[in-house]
Design a protein around this ligand. Structure first.
Ligand SMILES: Cc1cc2nc3c(=O)[nH]c(=O)nc-3n(C[C@H](O)[C@H](O)[C@H](O)COP(=O)(O)O)c2cc1C
Length: 203
């Protein structure tokens, strides 16, 4: 089948786009407003952008609290969403008023960050402390502004729960990170496999 996205005439009961860009890692974003309100919400239009120094991005469909809080204070934390934390992560996606602290809503523990003000999720095995570098409003092909915003941030500090470090390697399968697909689908990492890049074989 083929369909054009201006008509979205795929004929399916639900839009399949997100099931194609899948699985997507989940950036579970903590942010803080200028007045000190704390926010926590999952974003699966999230990814790493580069590694040295590391940078991440998340994208807001519309002007959500996380975007507005980061605009105000230019800092955020990406917490790793895992199988054990799936229900809590889901609770933090509820549309709630500005002033509601989703840590309380989901029964999570805020732990102080070291280099930024927004707290991290103590229960998460990893957290990335970030300074926002650019907030970009998306445009359509003709340059018309869209109500979509991408927040880029440089990772300035990284927390790792050392119980997941085995023989010097961070054991992703043990942390069981979850990822978002289409519809109501998620996946969980429980198995890994290795491949060697052609360039490495030459060495
Ligand atoms: C797993 C998951 C991933 C999500 N990813 C996104 C996303 O990438 N962009 C977005 O705008 N909303 C996304 N949402 C919805 C937001 O989490 C939801 O709108 C939330 O209320 C936003 O919170 P905030 O206003 O406190 O930032 C996602 C929800 C879930 C459960």
């Amino acid at each position: 089948m083929f369909y054009s996205t201006d008509k979205n005439d795929h004929g399916l009961p639900h839009d399949p786009f997100k099931a194609i860009i899948a699985p997507r890692p989940i950036g579970w974003i903590t942010s803080m407003s200028a007045s000190g309100a704390i926010n926590l919400a999952p974003y699966s239009f999230f990814n790493g952008v580069k590694s040295r120094p590391p940078m991440v991005m998340f994208a807001s469909e519309g002007r959500k609290d996380s975007l507005e809080f980061v605009e105000e204070t230019k800092e955020f934390v990406c917490n790793l969403a895992t199988w054990d934390l799936r229900e809590a992560m889901n609770k933090t996606s509820a549309s709630v008023p500005h002033e509601v602290n989703e840590f309380e809503l989901a029964g999570l523990t805020p732990a102080p960050s070291k280099l930024v003000k927004p707290p991290r999720v103590a229960e998460a095995p990893c957290a990335l402390e970030c300074k926002a570098t650019q907030i970009v409003q998306m445009k359509g092909p003709n340059g018309d502004p869209r109500d979509n915003y991408v927040v880029f941030g440089e990772v300035i500090g990284i927390h790792i729960d050392e119980k997941y470090i085995r023989n010097g390697i961070l054991d992703a399968a043990a942390m069981k990170p979850i990822a978002r697909l289409g519809y109501r689908d998620y996946s969980v990492v429980t198995e890994l496999f290795q491949m060697t890049r052609p360039d490495e074989l030459k060495r």
